[in-house]
Design a protein around this ligand. Sequence first.
Ligand SMILES: [Zn+2]
Ligand SMILES: [Zn+2]
Length: 70
Amino acid sequence: MNANERKEIRRNKRVKICHCCGKEASFCWNCKCGFSICQTCMYENQWGMTCNGITWDCPDCTEPNSYCNQ
Ligand SMILES: [Zn+2]
Ligand SMILES: [Zn+2]
């Protein structure tokens, strides 16, 4: 297996890189702009990203994202 194949498999496994802590996470909240944040960071930053628990504001593009539709 060469490096390219390994990279391909990792992408297919849907492992996301959290833009907040830089770690791999099996689940990330995603924004349309490509921003991803893991569950842990979302929890830690929830006070600053949501005011209603229904939507969260992307720190990159400030677009509101729903907690429900992913
Ligand atoms: Zn994170
Ligand atoms: Zn965004």
